[in-house]
Design a binder for this molecule. Structure first.
Ligand code: KKD
Ligand code: ZN
Length: 332
């Protein structure tokens, strides 16, 4: 060891010699390629508007040493201002759809394959480092970050940073890892996929307040990546997340038509406790469907317009804590 060696290096050599597992602190490659997706659903207009804006004003999202690429993922749906043309783009990034080559493919399957070749391939070392996929919801969720994995320290640290930066504005984190509820998203082709969901905003509408929240979430995310690339060490942290348990459908009649609607005491109460015995739905004759579970749960995506066809009135979540070890960039 040279006499000029910094104290830190000596210390780590000593710790390593003592057999302490230095790998407990995550050394992660620099973030070099980031995509910002808008228009995955063509009628969720904040992301469409922001991405179109950034395609013209790239300076606002430029970061040193990083390629930040804004991209409209479902241009035909954007043009028609609909969620999708043939099928929901945000459900078809499974290996089967991504490799399907028989006959004429539905528009979104062909589009998924194109996106996968530009920003993936999913699961490969060539995939983009981070994809931020911008969505709006008609539910009263405020700013929400959507995680697909409970063990991605980089993403957990990024969520922590965004939450701290947003305060006092709330920023919830939704974990959609649960088998059976998880779906194969557009962003899932990235090494670190993150959904940005902001509401309430009607489909086909842009609200300035919602637009502003989405814009600052993206900017804080980019700040985080820049600080990380500059070599800042993010200490171990924990975040509270809402983990999806199951989806709940509306009461329906024999034809499959709705026979009750979200109860007024549940409407707009995303992230608030739903306790055993609380009302969930109300029918035209005034009869109420109560929550009969045994545990308090935290509903979200309450009365999301796009989920009527998916037979989902809301999702039940539970609060859990995720932890991340300290992370730093290994290539500064
Ligand atoms: C309202 C909406 O589109 N939500 C998104 C959530 C997500 O991106 O995970 C979706 O269902 O694909
Ligand atoms: Zn969406």
């Amino acid at each position: 060891m040279s006499i000029n060696s910094p104290a830190g290096e000596e210390l780590s050599a000593l710790i390593a010699a003592a057999g302490v597992n230095m790998a407990a602190s995550g050394s992660i490659p620099a973030i070099r390629r980031v995509a910002i997706f808008g228009g995955t659903h063509g009628n969720e207009l904040s992301g469409v508007f922001l991405v179109k804006h950034w395609l013209k004003h790239g300076g606002e999202i430029a970061r040193p040493g990083v390629e930040v690429r804004p991209f409209i993922t479902n241009p035909k749906a954007v043009e028609k201002c609909v969620r999708y043309i043939d099928t929901d783009l945000n459900r078809v990034f499974d290996s089967q759809s991504l490799s399907d080559d028989v006959g004429k493919l539905p528009y979104e399957i062909a589009q998924a394959q194109k996106i996968n070749s530009l920003f993936g391939p999913k699961g490969s070392k060539d995939a983009y480092d981070v994809i931020l996929d911008l969505h709006n919801t008609t539910a009263h969720m405020g700013a929400t970050l959507i995680l697909e994995s409970s063990t991605d320290d980089f993403n957990i640290q990024m969520c922590k940073y965004i939450q701290k930066s947003m305060a006092p504005l709330p920023c919830a984190v939704l974990l959609i890892e649960q088998p059976g509820v998880k779906y194969e998203t557009t962003r899932s082709i990235a090494k670190h996929p993150i959904g940005v969901e902001v509401g309430p905003q009607p489909q086909g509408v842009i609200r300035a307040d919602i637009l502003y929240i989405m814009k600052i979430v993206v900017q804080y995310a980019l700040d985080f990546m820049q600080y990380f690339n500059e070599g800042i060490e993010f200490p171990p942290c924990s975040i509270e997340v809402y983990r999806v348990l199951e989806k709940i459908d509306y009461p329906r009649d024999d034809n499959g038509d709705l026979s009750a609607v979200i109860h007024p005491t549940l409407q707009d109460q995303d992230w608030k406790p739903l306790n055993p015995g609380d009302p969930m739905f109300i029918a035209m004759d005034g009869s109420i469907t109560y929550y009969e579970g045994e545990e308090t749960v935290y509903p979200t995506f309450v009365n999301e317009a796009a989920y009527y066809e998916k037979k989902q009135a809301f999702v039940k979540t539970e609060k859990v804590t995720l932890t991340a070890q300290s992370i730093h960039c290994n290539s500064v």
